[in-house]
Design a binder for this molecule. Sequence first.
Ligand code: MG
Length: 391
Amino acid sequence: MGQLSQSSESASTPDWLLAREAALLAPYAMASAHSRGRVHPEPPHLYRGPFQRDRDRILHCAAFRRLAQKTQVFTGHGLGDYHRTRLTHTLEGTSIARTIGRVLRLNEDLIEALMLLHDIGHPPFGHAGEDALDDCLAGQGGFDHNAQALRIVTLLAQRTPRYPGLNLSQEVLAGQARRVKNSVANPLAGQSGLLARIATVEADVVDAADSIAYDSHDPDDALHYGLISLAELNEVPLWALAARQVRARHANLDNRELRQAVVHELINLQVVDLIQTSQARLGGADVTATDAATSGSGVIGMSSELTELCLGLERFLYERVYRHPQLLSARSQFEAQLRTLFAVYLAEPELLPPKFQIWAGTFGLPRAIGDYIAGMTDRFALAEHGRLSGG
Ligand code: MG
């Protein structure tokens, strides 16, 4: 792909959008007029700003639609269909992030684009799939779903014959690039210096909203499926605090009503605390975007009290939910199936679709297989495993 350029849509951002953002956005927000633009310059759109176009490109790509059939935490096998999929997690996170962004007067279009993008690189079967691919690709720098999202939007997705990928704005690429831990598999690793300088408060909000979403919905799903009990959760201080607040408003709730009310209260507690804490930190008269978003500045965040409570809940979820024997056994089964699939394609590359056979010529066979498997839904991966392994 081309180097990141400094082409900008700002000179031709529609007047109505400039006026709208000038009236609504805070000085530390990422205004569309200040976008560094796209690698491949494009004429402006009459009715949509650059980050609206980014959001729409992500929303309309196949990798986004496949989130509907990908595991967040629960696969549903033998459990039911109550749980969040990666798509509904993404949408819950988007709603939370936009609420925060609107109050803090940030660019909601950029927030929405970043949140819709953040999980599209996940392989089937959640972290089990990620671990399997990371092992299979150990000799090629491993696998990281955050880097995979960048591979999709810069290389794999094809929306026009003029360039590979979605040609997203640099602020969107930068927001995703900073999530990547594994630089080897990151297609933008060569540009990490430039991208690191594009820090936005909007990306901080997206990270926070992602955590708020799963800290709230994972206990709900785990309770519904009976992996944990209300009594166990009542030992967790954040859950107990939310439950006290619910009981103060409503007497005589049954367990199901209580669970749902506490989940809503958990989201509300975290969002309100994050907004108020961040507002106080942003209240300084001359906070610039760079001050506010410099990595590790901690401007966007919750109070130390609530941060501690959230960590307690996350520790509980890690020990009692994510490592629940029932999930671990499904997890090892799915990991084994993906390893088998990988080995079958490695031994017989002609089984790959033609696009990925060509891809192997450019990026090597193992990475091409990784890209193909990462793009599968849970259902497709199971069917493919059944078909190719005869099992
Ligand atoms: Mg997420």
